[in-house]
Design a protein around this ligand. Structure first.
Ligand SMILES: *Cc1c(COP(=O)(O)O)cnc(C)c1O
Length: 393
């Protein structure tokens, strides 16, 4: 009996390796690489030829316009990267030092860092087994326990501090449970800021991710679905926030042809033209990228179908995911095989990765407030990201 179960366990990593070889071939594979098959060379050359390489230039305007029409957001403000877009978004909604902000522990560190840059305090919430996003019922029961509304504001009864905002994140491109989160945000007077860094091309009930909260952000880092090298954007339907976003991210300089006057301490956070040029070329290919990523998902789904201890993450009902990073989740019974799977696949030059170390465990964040995190801690032991590049399909 003992030896039989050991053999099954040993087989699992071999079986997963076999599936990855079958779908991806045997070449050296990274997790996600960019693809530049469109007008990237033409548009960047155009920037160099015209001398417009920095934050003023026609590609910045064009990239913003095209992102507006793609996402349906009323305003798009292009930023130097997703992290600064998130920092800026939090400043815009009035986050102050000492405010608490609710966010999942299962997210990339940038989500919490942006909170910290404002002097605010991240407060970690559990995740959902299916969407991998912040879990709305865990959030609701936690708030029910610790929050009180005084006047028109929400406070943490345990720390006495105001709870000001909620930052859901759409993990690996899968939209989280936005309807319920929106309702909770409304009931507890919280502002919802969507970290849609990973989810350009993902839709929740017909709305693009990042356009459902008061404000949202995208990232165009080199490993995201489309890239500008480094880059990001703020999405909002609020005219005032948009106007202030542009002002604050361009050193708060008052518009004038020759006088340099700044009316507050601003930031140099705008996206350069040369990066926006790349972005315009990448956006033209986005529909094809999304088709390829969905095709890769289908191939993985067929190949993993026979492995009963492995669940391939698929888009939540009512959502359309961009399938940025393909993800398998091991059954609890084989969670102790996560390391063996990571080892054998990486030994064979197929890059796989566990999810980010949960933020509440990181040295800079382990003393911050948190709800019980049983699902996030279980997912951390079971998630494996597998090769997801557009070229694989
Ligand atoms: C990539 C990412 C960011 C930050 O984007 P950068 O452009 O790399 O600064 C923020 N949040 C999440 C969840 C991300 O995946």
């Amino acid at each position: 009996m003992y030896s039989k179960s050991v053999q099954n366990i040993n087989n699992l990593s071999d079986q997963i390796l076999k599936v990855l070889h079958k779908v991806c071939g045997k070449d050296k594979l990274v997790l996600h690489e960019p693809q530049f098959c469109g007008n990237e060379w033409i548009y960047t050359k155009d920037c160099l030829d015209s001398n417009f390489v920095s934050t003023v230039g026609s590609y910045v305007d064009r990239f913003e316009e095209e992102l507006k029409s793609y996402t349906g957001a009323k305003h798009v403000i292009a930023m130097i990267n997703g992290t600064s877009a998130l920092h800026m978004a939090l400043l815009l909604i009035g986050i102050k030092p000492g405010d608490e902000i609710l966010l999942p522990s299962l997210t990339f560190v940038a989500t919490a860092n942006a909170v910290n840059y404002c002097g605010a305090i991240p407060h970690f919430i559990d995740s959902n087994e299916d969407t991998l996003g912040i879990d709305s019922s865990a959030l609701s029961s936690w708030l029910n326990q610790i929050a009180e509304i005084r006047g028109n504001k929400c406070f943490n009864k345990q720390t006495g501090r105001p709870i000001h905002a909620l930052i859901p994140m759409h993990t690996f491109g899968h939209p989280c449970d936005l309807d319920n989160l929106k309702k909770i945000a409304h009931d507890y007077k919280l502002i919802m800021v969507e970290d849609a860094a990973e989810s350009i091309g993902s839709w929740y009930k017909g709305c693009h991710t990042g356009t459902i909260g008061q404000i949202g952000i995208l990232s165009f880092n080199g490993n995201k679905t489309i890239t500008t090298g480094g880059g990001g954007a703020i999405l909002t339907n609020d005219d005032k926030l948009a106007k202030r976003a542009k002002h604050l991210s361009t050193t708060a300089k008052k518009p004038h042809r020759w006088i340099y006057e700044h009316d507050e301490i601003g930031f140099n956070y705008r996206l350069p033209n040369i990066n926006a040029a790349l972005g315009c070329a990448q956006l033209e290919q986005l529909p094809d990228f999304l088709t390829s990523k969905r095709r890769l998902f289908t191939r993985y789904a067929e190949a993993f179908d026979s492995l009963k201890q492995v669940r391939l993450i698929s888009e939540p009902a009512g959502s359309k995911s961009n399938y940025w990073l393909q993800t398998i989740v091991l059954d609890e019974s084989v969670a102790n095989q996560q390391n063996a799977v990571l080892k054998i696949t990486n030994d064979y030059n197929i890059m796989t990765r566990p999810v980010w170390t949960l933020l509440h465990k990181l040295k800079p964040y382990h003393n911050f407030p948190k709800a019980p995190l049983p699902i996030a801690e279980s997912l951390e032991r079971r998630i494996i990201n597998i090769p997801s590049s557009v070229g694989l399909a």
